[in-house]
Design a protein around this ligand. Structure first.
Ligand SMILES: [Zn+2]
Ligand SMILES: [Zn+2]
Length: 262
């Protein structure tokens, strides 16, 4: 699979290549940009860390230039810069990663003091709502646009399941896409990445793929938002639980920014 190219955060006329090292726009520390097999970017701290000191779920490793979750059986692993960026909200940092964060914070201050790097004017705050389901949902989450909002699905849009309960108290097996006509379904389109505060601001305006439902009627957009199949559209059957959509933001969900459409 070909690597996707990403525009350098600070200079939209230059392209960011896999393995390229850049300063984090918000803390000034160096970041190695690498890509997962599906083409989504992971900004890595350039150094390696002893794997046993890094919590499960925070380890990454490179294999033939592609980044994968976990330590790959090695005693050393990499970590994502976003997990330790000192510009991000400290409460989002895993306690065992706090020493790394502190180290980067000290370095960041030194860069400012020596005039090596200047902090951006706008103070970034990374939302405290870092989504724990990064690890519980599939890696192939997709973005939909409906009711004027970008939403992140728990997986592929095509397999997104209805949340209504059947009379025997089981979750409806229907998908949202099943039995739809073109008037009830969206279409894939390239849209600009919406602006978000924090680290994701660097992606704002870049092209991304999204399943666009905005041409649908309001009622049909609500059906998608409420996560009901066509059979359960406007049904009074109880739902299994809350819907699985979460609001997309480029800071917490950078790894799901895709650009595969022509
Ligand atoms: Zn940073
Ligand atoms: Zn259903």
């Amino acid at each position: 699979m070909s690597r996707r190219l990403w525009v350098h955060p600070e200079n939209s006329s230059r392209l960011l290549r896999a393995g390229q090292t850049r300063r984090c726009r918000y803390c000034g520390n160096y970041v190695d940009w690498h890509y997962k097999a599906d083409g989504s970017p992971v900004p890595l701290v350039p150094q390696e860390f002893p794997a046993r000191q890094i919590p499960d779920g925070k380890r990454w490793h490179l294999s033939r230039g592609t980044v994968y979750p976990g330590d790959g059986g090695s005693r050393f692993c990499r970590i994502a810069h976003t997990a330790v960026c000192p510009a991000a909200d400290e409460s989002d940092t895993h306690p065992r990663l706090l020493p790394v964060r502190r180290h980067l914070a000290v370095h960041s201050r030194k860069l400012v003091e020596t005039g090596t790097w200047a902090r951006p004017a706008e103070a970034p705050t990374v939302s405290a709502t870092r989504i724990a389901d990064h690890t519980t949902s599939g890696p192939d989450r997709e973005v939909a646009l409906m009711l004027g909002v970008h939403y992140l699905a728990p997986g592929r849009i095509a397999t997104l399941r209805c949340v209504a309960l059947t009379p025997d108290k089981r979750r409806c097996p229907g998908t949202l896409l099943a039995a739809t006509t073109p008037a009830d379904a969206g279409r894939w389109r390239t849209v600009p990445v919406p602006y978000s505060g924090g680290l994701g601001a660097q992606f704002a305006g870049e092209p991304m793929d999204a399943y666009d439902l905005s041409a649908l009627t309001y009622a049909q957009q609500l059906r998608w938002r409420w996560q009901h199949c066509m059979a359960h559209d406007r049904s009074v059957a109880p739902d299994i639980e809350l819907t699985e959509w979460i609001a997309f933001n480029a800071t917490d969900h950078a790894e799901y920014i895709r650009k595969e459409l022509g």
